[in-house]
Design a protein. Structure first.
Length: 400
């Protein structure tokens, strides 16, 4: 592997910003994300900075009331708490207004992300986004958790304090890289190398939270490396459930605590939430299948399935949508009414159907939307539902 400084343009600058903050004991804050990928990434940075005895805090936006990414409320809260340096994790590249406000308030900003590059980058002192790395670079495959890990390891190497930390970071990296249900990072190159190391280390992990989760999921008797399936369908599944319908702080505390009792308590909470999440998913899937059957929708002329029903929990759409796509074989958009006038939803595509471009094609009908080739989220006025469905089908006719 070439040195990451040669491949990540702002990595050296990011290290200098962090070293300056550490030297003068400035408060640092992390804005993470509520999915398992984002929570593992946040835990990596928290563990690293606490290892270096840096005053650090974090915030994760509410999935229910705020949605994805850093926002104005979080920026203002950081400012009131005396934060001098903000690190966004798995978000921030397109958060123009909140980060412009942060800079206006005199805070420095490092964006750590892997999402698509918008036409207008958010203002920041440094941007570490794998989409900005040359396509010929072995670091191009990094997801957000990988970019965070490169930054964390580079920082402790620069400070000569790697001993006893790096193994734990690779274990957290492994939890992060095996998430992203709708847009899994490619398990090749550095992703594969670090994941294989993490799988080997997990059974004997020194992180009490990981050990508690392993115990709770019945994997304690495994002394050899855990498999990808063990991690994805046991450990990560519990973590993802918390991010979907509960408080991400449960997971952050699980992955960053060194207290055995707290770790076991948080692992039990993860398992309880996971069971509740599975019940929710089955209920929504059952209702969606019943709706398709009762409406007698013909999925030959209707190339896209759009289902919107009241009283569904949008936090589990990311889990339910793949089941419906597998059942019906068409791009599927599911949503619920936040109130009688507004819909919030999630779409998952199939080969040949680019979800983000599909949403762009009907953006005049939408409020907020975002995503990538495979999946995306959206909101819209309820009165636009029929026009939205017609527009998606027109898009599908042109590409499928």
């Amino acid at each position: 592997m070439p040195h990451p400084f040669e491949n990540l343009a702002d990595l050296a600058l990011s290290i200098e910003l962090l070293k300056t903050a550490i030297d003068i004991q400035q408060k640092i804050a992390i804005c993470g994300d509520y999915d398992a990928h984002g929570m593992a990434s946040t835990a990596i940075l928290l563990r690293t900075l606490r290892w270096l005895n840096v005053p650090v805090d974090y915030a994760i936006p509410s999935r229910i009331s705020e949605g994805y990414g850093i926002n104005q409320r979080i920026v203002e809260e950081f400012y009131r708490e005396g934060v001098k340096l903000i690190l966004t994790v798995n978000n921030g590249t397109s958060a123009f207004e909140p980060l412009a406000r942060a800079r206006q308030l005199g805070m420095k900003v490092i964006i750590i992300d892997y999402h698509e590059i918008p036409a207008k980058l958010a203002p920041a002192d440094a941007i570490l986004n794998s989409k900005l790395i040359s396509e010929s670079s072995p670091y191009r495959v990094l997801a957000g958790v990988g970019v965070v890990t490169v930054l964390a390891i580079s920082l402790v190497q620069q400070l000569g304090k790697t001993q006893g930390l790096v193994k734990s970071l690779l274990e957290l990296f492994t939890l992060g890289i095996l998430t992203d249900i709708d847009n899994p990072p490619p398990l090749i190159g550095i992703n594969l190398l670090w994941m294989e190391r993490g799988l080997q280390q997990l059974p004997e992990s020194k992180l009490v939270g990981i050990q508690a989760l392993i115990q709770m999921r019945g994997l304690s008797n495994k002394r050899e490396a855990l498999s990808v399936e063990d991690v994805r369908f046991h450990l990560v599944k519990s973590i993802e459930a918390v991010g979907s319908i509960s408080d991400p702080q449960i997971v952050i505390e699980l992955l960053t605590t060194d207290n055995n009792e707290l770790a076991l308590e948080r692992a039990m909470q993860c398992e309880q939430v996971n069971q509740r999440c599975e019940v929710l998913c089955k209920e929504i899937e059952h209702e969606a299948v019943a709706w398709v059957r009762e409406s007698q929708i013909n999925l030959q002329p209707e190339l896209v399935l759009v289902i919107v029903k009241p009283n569904w929990h949008h936090g589990v759409f990311k889990i339910v949508a793949p089941r419906l796509v597998e059942r019906y074989g068409v791009p599927t958009f599911i949503g619920t009414y936040e109130d009688e006038n507004w819909i919030r939803g999630y779409g998952l595509g199939i080969s040949g159907f680019h979800v983000f471009k599909a949403l762009q094609s009907c953006q005049d009908l939408l409020g907020k939307f975002g995503g990538h080739k495979i999946a995306g989220g959206f909101s819209m006025p309820a009165e636009n539902l029929k026009a939205f469905q017609k527009s998606l089908n027109q898009f599908a006719y042109n590409c499928l």
